[in-house]
Design a binder for this molecule. Structure first.
Ligand code: R5P
Length: 314
C-alpha cells in the first residue's frame, strides 16, 4: 500500500508509512499568485497509486486544507478509475478502473466542533464537510475526533482512532503524573482512558463557555495537594480552558501542572499564555506545532487497519 500527502500533513504521513512499512509519496502542491491551489500526482507515484490501495493523509484545517484535500481526492479518484484524459494528450488517456481502495485519513478534522445544530438555521458543519469527502473515497479515518457521534452513521467504512495510548505513554515516561484531570465533561472518556493506562487518579471539571475567549469552571474539590497533575483534552486552541483549569489546580495545592492534547491548534499566542500557568505543554503533530512530542502515526495506523479490514470484508 502507499501513503500520499499534500502540503499540511507530510510528517504525519511519513510516520504512518514508517509504522506500516509502506512507501510515502508526497504529492505536488502549490499556490497560484491569487492563492488558489494546484495539485498533481507526480510521475513517480502514479503507477503505485493505481497498483495498490492508497491512504491520503490530509487535514481539513485551515479552510485551504479542505480545498486541497478535495483536489487531491479528485486527482486520485480519476487516476484509479483510469481517467487520464489530458489536454496535451500525454500518455494513455484511459486505463482500466482499479476499483475500491482509496482511504482518507484526517489527523485534525476542522469544523469538528460544530457537530450539532445549536440554534435553528445553523449548518451542521462537521457533517457537511465529512459528507463532501465521503463521496470521494472508500473509507475514512479520523484521529481523536472531537465528538464522533455526528459521523457514526457515515455510509462508508469509518474509523475513529485515538492517540491517547501514545499520549499516556509519553506522560508516563516524562511527567509521571499522580493525577489526570479532564477540563470538561467532553474530554472525560479520553482523559480517564489516559489515567487508566498510567494507573493514576482521575477527575473532571464542569466548564461553561461564555464566548471564544472566556470560560468558567464550576468550583470542585480535587484531591491534588502536593501532586503532579496532567490536564488532558482533545485540542487546545486559545488555551483558555487549560489556563482556568490550571488555576483551579494550583489553588488546591498541585505542585506541577502539565497540559496534554492530541490537536495543538495554539491560536493567538496560546503557548506563551499556557506557559504562565503550566509547567509543560505536550501535543501530537496532527497539526504542525512547536509542542509536537507525541507520535500520531501509530494511532493513524490502527485506524487505517480497521478500515482495510472492513473494505476487505465488503
Ligand atoms: C472543547 O470542548 C474542546 O474539547 C476544547 O476544550 C476547547 O476547544 C479548547 O479551546 P480553548 O483552548 O480555546 O479553551
Amino acid at each position: 500500500m502507499v501513503v500520499v500527502s499534500g502540503s499540511n500533513s507530510s510528517s504525519l504521513a511519513q510516520q504512518l508509512a514508517d509504522e506500516l512499512g509502506w512507501t510515502h509519496h508526497p504529492l505536488e502542491t502549490r499556490r497560484f499568485p491569487d492563492t488558489e491551489g494546484y495539485v498533481r500526482i507526480p510521475d513517480g507515484a502514479r503507477d503505485s497509486v493505481r497498483a495498490e490501495p492508497v491512504v491520503l493523509v490530509s487535514n481539513t484545517f485551515p479552510d485551504s486544507g479542505i480545498v486541497e484535500t478535495l483536489l487531491m481526492l479528485h486527482a486520485l479518484q480519476d487516476l484509479r478509475k483510469g481517467d487520464l484524459a489530458n489536454f496535451r494528450n500525454i500518455g494513455p488517456q484511459t486505463l482500466p478502473d482499479v476499483g475500491k481502495g482509496l482511504i482518507l485519513a484526517i489527523p485534525y478534522f476542522g469544523y469538528s466542533r460544530q457537530d450539532k445544530r445549536f440554534k435553528p438555521g445553523e449548518a451542521v458543519s462537521a457533517r457537511a464537510i465529512a459528507d463532501m469527502f465521503g463521496h470521494l473515497c472508500d473509507g475514512l479515518v479520523f484521529l481523536d475526533l472531537h465528538a464522533p457521534a455526528v459521523l457514526e452513521d457515515m455510509p462508508l467504512p469509518t474509523a475513529f482512532t485515538s492517540a491517547m495510548p501514545e499520549l499516556a505513554e509519553h506522560l508516563g515516561q516524562t511527567v509521571q503524573p499522580d493525577f489526570i484531570l479532564s477540563p470538561d465533561k467532553g474530554a472525560i472518556d479520553r482523559a480517564s482512558h489516559v489515567a487508566q493506562i498510567i494507573g493514576c487518579e482521575f477527575s473532571y471539571l464542569e466548564k461553561t463557555r461564555i464566548d471564544a475567549h472566556t470560560i468558567v469552571h464550576q468550583a470542585k474539590d480535587l484531591d491534588v495537594d502536593g501532586k503532579r497533575v496532567a490536564i488532558v483534552d482533545d485540542m487546545i486552541a486559545t488555551g483558555g480552558t487549560i489556563c482556568r483549569a490550571a488555576e483551579a489546580l494550583r489553588h488546591q495545592g498541585a505542585t506541577e501542572v502539565h497540559a496534554a492534547c492530541c490537536h495543538g491548534l495554539f491560536t493567538g499566542g496560546a503557548i506563551a499564555r499556557l506557559l504562565r500557568y503550566v509547567d509543560g505543554v505536550h501535543a501530537t503533530g496532527s497539526l504542525a506545532n512547536a509542542r509536537d512530542v507525541i507520535p500520531g502515526g501509530p494511532a493513524l495506523a490502527r485506524g487505517v487497519k480497521q478500515v482495510m479490514v472492513e473494505l476487505d470484508g465488503n
